[in-house]
Unconditional design. Sequence first.
Length: 235
Amino acid sequence: MLKSRKELDAELDGAARAWLDEALAEAAHDAVRTQVAPDAPGPEATGPYTSPPWELRYAAAGRHCGPEHADSVRSLLLVEARASLPSVTRLYEQGTAAERRAVLLTLHRLGLGDTALPLVEDALRTSDTRLVAAAVGPYAADHLGPHAWRHAVLKCLFTEVPVAAVARLGDRAGGDAELARMLDDFAAERTAAGRTVPEDLRTVLALTAPVGDGTHQAPPRPTAAPAAPAPTEES
């Protein structure tokens, strides 16, 4: 879960807080620069591209603030810089898995509309469960089309990413007969191969039923055999 600036200030030491102050100031300065002259040619138009200072800070967040805080720090930088699509695309494509994850976790806060969907789609093609989990967050819930969203849910089941990571799962799965069919097919394939059906599949399948319709409710679990009576003194 991403932490707020207040939460980070309470957990970071003095040196890390000072570093974060400087990093956020650089991000804010870049946001003002691009807002004042949004159509001005960028550095890449006049010569080799030079990353703005905050993008360099983005890559160094884990080193200065600790890996446990890196996602939150990077997310704050993206928001403070009002990162554009070219910026987030560059940071995603050139970044490590951890840097890519932070981009995915922040997309819904950047006002990019559906223009960043290629980044989500790329993450969903990977086998990195950290990226898959980040890719099915609020941005995907808002912008992925029905077909792609259904396959994202199946990707979670296939890679054993908990479906709790899927934002607005209940809203989007409710009454989705096509998703129910795909889940039934997936369960049948697993059973035929002698593999267990993930419990999360039952959870999602139950959500696909229209309100008041128990057609796709999860089957009951087998009950345990009754316990043997406690031995008596006579035995």
